[in-house]
Write a protein that binds this ligand. Structure first.
Ligand code: DSN
Length: 430
């Protein structure tokens, strides 16, 4: 690396491209990577330009430990307004009593709720990771699996759906303090009302992790878990299309415990620039345009599911109620890892994912998870997704023309440009 020769005065005024062309170039390369492939990782999205600007903004300079009007630092009057606005908007979008918008990411939202709801050693009941759960729902090597006594429910071997009778039986046996519903690879609607009945039967608290489908909830396209749950956790960057971050909703009676668990329980200074971006994300989530976007996310998921099934691939549960599909590769010669790598060769990005009762380890896996939020954000419609489906099953078929399929993907990307005119980072112009 060249030794920096700038004067202090230059560093005070110059933007990224002048000060660090190496990183500026890598950011440009990442933009071109995002532009040049069909992004189907179900947890990813391309956020709004207004959110990108807020993330690159001046509250990054501010310490604000505490909550609006109860801070441990001076000079918080403006960030107080930013955070209070984000809180009010989050509550309004989802119809919640209370919101905490400080968690840096999804893992922190779950950590805070566990801290608010349980003591170490208490029992929690959650969906098995390989059946669609999440590592923070009690994986042995995760903090959740180390601190709490975790019991899992799974999906039915026949239907790949949650079997509510089985969940009730397990809950009656293990008497959990907390039941967790939701996950990161479950393609069907999460029925929080049914979990509520079970939680009521056994005297458990109920958490719904809606990180994946929060955007669909905001748009009224997935049942809202808020009326049924004590706690709801989410990220803002998946279907919700905001900045990379998290937030918690809860009933008023748990508000103080949740706030204390986030700060001072587990986080220090909140990222107020990201909280500003969350406020923007919640504002957008309340618009009719956002509902249109989510309707297209759903329509595209159905179009893709139909096309993949017509092409001979098997989907867990036969389709989806959400933005994501799980392709079960066990009837094929493909592992998830090999399929992920083959699809990368034709400019389609997915992730390998275990399927329920998988005999392969997670690093190899027997499925791929596919989602529609990101490509829909750049304008892909139902017809585009049918074409994407054909590219996928041809790439996984016998003797595919990989060069031609990659060119087809590139042409789709050219037709649906991503961030036209942008160079990958906001520009400082003094
Ligand atoms: N890693 C995220 C996902 O892909 O679903 C969940 O944290």
């Amino acid at each position: 690396m060249a030794v920096a020769q700038e004067t202090l005065e230059q560093l005070r005024r110059q933007g990224l491209e002048s000060v660090d062309p190496e990183i500026a170039d890598l950011l440009g390369q990442e933009l071109e990577r995002q532009r040049g492939q069909i992004e189907l990782i179900a947890s990813e999205n391309f956020t709004w330009p207004s959110v990108l600007e807020a993330v690159g903004s001046v509250p990054t300079n501010k310490y604000a430990e505490g909550y609006p009007s109860k801070r441990y630092y001076g000079g918080c009057e403006v960030v107080d307004e930013i955070e209070a606005t984000a809180i009010e908007r989050a509550k309004a979008v989802f119809g919640a009593d209370h919101a905490n918008v400080q968690p840096h990411a999804g893992a922190q939202t779950n950590m805070a709720v566990y801290m608010a709801a349980m003591q170490p050693g208490d029992t929690m009941l959650s969906l098995e990771l390989s059946h669609g759960g999440h590592l923070t729902h009690g994986l042995r090597v995760n903090f959740s699996g180390r601190l709490y006594n975790v019991v899992h429910y799974g999906v039915s071997r026949e239907t790949n759906l949650v079997d509510y009778d089985e969940v009730r039986d397990i809950a009656k046996n293990c008497r959990p303090k907390l039941i967790v519903c939701g996950g990161s690879a479950y393609p069907r609607a999460v029925e929080a009302d049914r979990f509520r009945e079970i939680a009521g039967d056994v005297g458990a608290l109920l958490l719904c992790d809606m990180a994946h489908f929060a955007g669909l909830v905001a748009a009224g396209l997935h049942p809202n878990p808020v009326p049924h749950c004590d706690f709801i956790t989410s990220t803002t960057h998946k279907t919700l299309a905001g900045p990379r971050a998290g937030f918690i909703l809860c009933r008023e009676e748990h508000a103080q415990a949740v706030d204390r668990a986030v700060f001072p329980g587990m986080q220090g200074g909140p990222l107020q620039h990201v909280i500003a971006a969350k406020a923007v994300c919640f504002r957008i989530a309340a618009t009719e345009a956002f509902r249109d976007y989510q309707r297209q996310v759903r329509a595209n998921a159905d179009a893709l599911a139909e096309t993949l099934v017509e092409g001979g691939l098997e989907l867990l549960t036969g389709g989806t109620d959400t933005h994501l599909l799980q392709v079960d590769l066990r009837p094929t010669r493909w592992s998830g890892k090999d399929a992920e790598e083959r699809l990368a060769e034709v400019k389609v990005t997915v992730n390998r994912n275990t399927v329920p009762f998988d005999e392969r380890p997670p690093t190899v896996a027997s499925g791929i998870r596919i989602g529609t939020p990101a490509a829909t954000m750049r304008g892909f419609d139902d017809d585009d997704f049918r074409e994407v489906g054909r590219i996928i099953f041809e790439a996984l078929g016998d003797a595919p023309e990989l060069g031609a399929l990659a060119a087809q993907s590139e042409e789709l990307c050219r037709r649906r440009p991503l961030y036209p005119g942008f160079r990958g980072f906001t520009t400082y112009a003094a």
